[in-house]
Design a binder for this molecule. Structure first.
Ligand code: HEM
Length: 344
């Protein structure tokens, strides 16, 4: 995957975001069968997967520069989208180390990290950064370590502290979220911040997921996929900015649904951190329009069937009610009824 091509994408205003053919082929399509229900869909985040998007710790693609620019814009308007509680400083440095080491290892043409004891030199070629700093000394960086490095990576991140047999969101960089607020959730425990999710609590999904995460081991990251839908290729669908994007939901018509409605997939990764024993949660967001989905016959059939039969409480929770019939009718016209086997 090259990162060239999408540097001028915008996720607001005229929405110039598009996926190249290569980006469509590597899209992390989330449905392995023709129906969907919540489950503890965690699996090892090994350097393997159904597409190239899964094979590195942190995926960098053609939208890299544009997404970093979008993050900077959100933070300029609302600096509180990045918040970390004071006791998480070790986890901040853990995050900086993990991200810099992973990016330099996985993309040597784009990033480089040189260490001379605690004196580190970091080069980020796409963003034109060449910085030398002292690991462990925040005064040698222009921003606190977590903010500094997550400004340079696609996707949101939260930092979890582990104590009292629970995990707590005690920090985050959250500028590309699907309608949840870091400001509101900061300091909450696992079941608390998942409070609004329907059905899954009754299925025991969160009890099992928490047990799994409490035992997450250093060096053995895990991942899962989550999805929703977004009108326009807009990354910042935060509750804080609901007045800006909420009305978009009423603009979807039979004539524009293919272009305007996007499947929004989150490739979520969880890493145990070495010094703090915290957990880094990465939420990497991918957008693909229905017109782009149409280009893959298996995906268009499957998305049609998943949306057509989606549990009503999930329809409401994901905010799809207003335009779902339009989307289903559009996709039905492209579903030839063929049987689709399991797998992506
Ligand atoms: C939704 C955070 C791990 C399953 C959410 C929401 C947040 C969140 C903020 C939105 C809740 C709202 O509506 O306000 C996190 C964080 C995690 C984590 C920070 C890591 C520590 C997990 C895991 C699972 C999971 C391991 C595994 C089953 C879900 C599900 C939803 C959800 C099913 C509903 C999503 C949807 O329908 O769009 N999560 N989560 N989460 N989470 Fe998590």
């Amino acid at each position: 995957m090259t990162i060239a091509g999408g540097a001028d994408d915008t996720f607001r205003g005229k929405f110039s975001f598009r996926n190249s053919d290569a980006a469509i082929i590597r899209f992390p399509f989330p449905f392995h069968e023709d129906r969907y229900m919540y489950a503890v869909n965690l699996e090892p985040h090994t350097h393997a997967g159904p597409t190239d998007a899964f094979v590195r710790d942190f995926d960098v693609d053609e939208h890299y520069v544009a997404e970093c620019r979008e993050r900077a814009l959100v933070l300029e308007q609302d600096p509180s989208r990045c918040r970390v509680l004071a006791h998480m400083m070790d986890a901040e440095w853990d995050t900086l180390e993990l991200l810099m080491e992973s990016l330099a290892r996985d993309y040597p043409a784009l990033f480089a990290l040189d260490k001379d004891g605690a004196r580190w030199r970091w080069r980020n070629r796409p963003l034109g950064i060449d910085a030398t700093f002292t690991f462990g000394d925040p005064s040698t960086l222009p921003q606190p370590p977590f903010e500094y490095i997550t400004r340079q990576v696609q996707g949101d991140f939260t930092l979890q502290d582990q104590r009292d047999d629970n995990i707590y969101i005690d920090g985050g960089m959250v500028t590309t979220q699907a309608d949840w607020s870091l400001d509101f959730d900061l300091g909450m425990a696992f079941h608390e911040w998942h409070g609004p999710v329907p059905v899954a609590h009754d299925l025991g999904v969160f009890d099992r997921a928490l047990k799994y995460l409490l035992r997450l081991q250093y060096g053995r990251p895990v991942r899962r996929l989550n999805w929703t839908m977004t009108v326009n290729p807009r990354l910042d669908t935060s509750p804080e900015n609901y007045p800006i994007w909420g009305p978009d939901r009423a603009t979807v018509t039979a004539g524009n649904v293919g272009e305007r409605l996007h499947l929004r997939v989150e490739l979520q990764t969880l890493f145990r951190l070495p010094r703090s024993n915290g957990i880094l949660f990465g939420i990497r967001c991918y957008l693909i329009s229905l017109n782009e989905i149409l280009r893959v016959p298996k995906w268009r059939r499957r998305l049609h069937r998943v949306l057509r039969d989606l549990h009503p409480e999930l329809v409401t929770y994901k905010g799809l009610s207003r335009y779902l019939p339009t989307a289903v009718a559009f996709l039905a016209a492209h579903d030839d009824g063929a049987l689709t086997g399991p797998g992506i």
